[in-house]
Design a protein around this ligand. Structure first.
Ligand code: TRP
Ligand code: SF4
Length: 325
């Protein structure tokens, strides 16, 4: 089980950090992937107008990247109101101190200091996340490193609930994504807001132009200056995409100044294109049929709702409140 906030179009960081892991897991296990649109409200409660467009853009990218609604249940959080009910019940047993100690709480408040995040909903962000996870009795939660404390808190909440009301929820484990940190064009973490991303919807020319400009080892300011691949953000993508032979060629050429950076990057760009071109094609086909994307989400949401209803029947009975009438 995993979710993403609806940020709109996805980039290479999402593909390498998350979607590849989802793709793999959907072959091996029963999976639930959902759009955390209520979570978007915890920070953007005063600008909700873009959310539904972002939902469809994002799900289009999921499907284009090979997330398969026949294998995995994809759904919209706000379409399963049971998440809100479970969130409420979990909030009753969650000490405020646990929430104040979650690292993302203070970090995000500082990062987004222009917003007023002293809200009840923002503090409760991880409780809502715990409800998402526990609703499907998930055992594995693929997430980036920043989300691991949320999964740990989910375990604590599950344990507390089980202790109070009897064994109900398994304790989930975080599954770390393969390439959790993908550098953007400027070497910082790839992110839409830093304007350093390569989007899955970008055309081939754009991808080529952007990756050609990607930051390299600053020691290679001139063609004749040798560099070190370990200090080159672009080489992180070489590691993802290139064959062992290509990697050796690039690393040696870099250290001896035998090749230029552009020449070096072109090999990586060509490999990246092998993954991106089919995604882009599927994306264009899906974008022409937005109703199909919506239908996939509606069907998955219906299925998730059935399971959530079953869980809530058990939960109400365990708690002893809410099942009576
Ligand atoms: N908090 C996650 C993020 O920002 C999104 C999320 C919400 C999530 N609920 C979840 C992830 C449940 C995994 C499981 O990326
Ligand atoms: Fe990076 Fe390649 Fe340039 Fe070395 S030669 S700095 S590895 S792009």
């Amino acid at each position: 089980m995993s979710g993403m906030r609806p940020t709109g179009r996805l980039h290479l960081g999402h593909l390498l950090g998350t979607l590849r892991t989802w793709q793999r897991l959907q072959q091996e296990a029963e999976c639930f992937f959902f759009v955390a649109d209520w979570h978007a409200l915890t920070t953007d409660y005063d600008r909700t107008s873009g959310v539904s467009t972002n939902v469809l853009e994002m799900v289009t990218d999921w499907l284009a990247s090979g997330i398969d609604p026949e294998r995995a249940t994809i759904f919209l959080q706000s379409g399963v109101a049971e998440h809100a009910e479970l969130h409420l019940l979990l909030s009753m047993v969650t000490p405020i101190g646990w929430l104040e100690r979650v690292p993302t709480y203070k970090e995000m408040q500082q990062q987004l200091s222009e917003r007023d995040l002293s809200t009840y909903g923002f503090l409760g962000y991880p409780v809502l996340q715990a409800a998402d996870i526990l609703m499907y009795r998930a055992t594995a939660v693929p997430v980036g490193a920043d989300q691991v404390p949320h999964v740990e808190l989910t375990r604590d909440i599950a344990r507390r609930f089980n202790h109070l009301f009897g064994e109900t929820f398994p304790e989930p484990e975080a599954v770390l994504a393969d390439a959790a940190r993908v550098p953007g064009l400027d070497g910082r973490k790839m992110s839409k807001s830093l304007n350093n991303a390569v989007f899955l919807a970008d055309d081939a020319e754009e991808v080529k132009a952007r990756l050609s400009r990607m930051m390299t080892d600053p020691r290679r300011a001139r063609r004749r200056d040798p560099g070190d691949p370990a200090d080159c953000p672009a080489y992180t993508l070489h590691r993802v995409y290139c064959t062992p032979e290509e990697l050796t060629w690039a690393a040696e050429g870099c250290r001896t100044a035998g090749i230029g950076c552009l020449e070096c990057k072109h090999v990586m760009i060509a490999r990246a294109e092998e993954e991106l071109a089919p995604i882009r094609e599927r994306r264009a086909a899906l974008a022409a049929r937005p109703d199909d994307v919506r239908d996939a989400l509606v069907t998955g949401t219906r299925r998730a709702r059935e399971l959530a209803r079953a869980t809530m029947e058990v939960v109400r009975e365990k708690v002893g409140v809410g099942g009576g009438i």
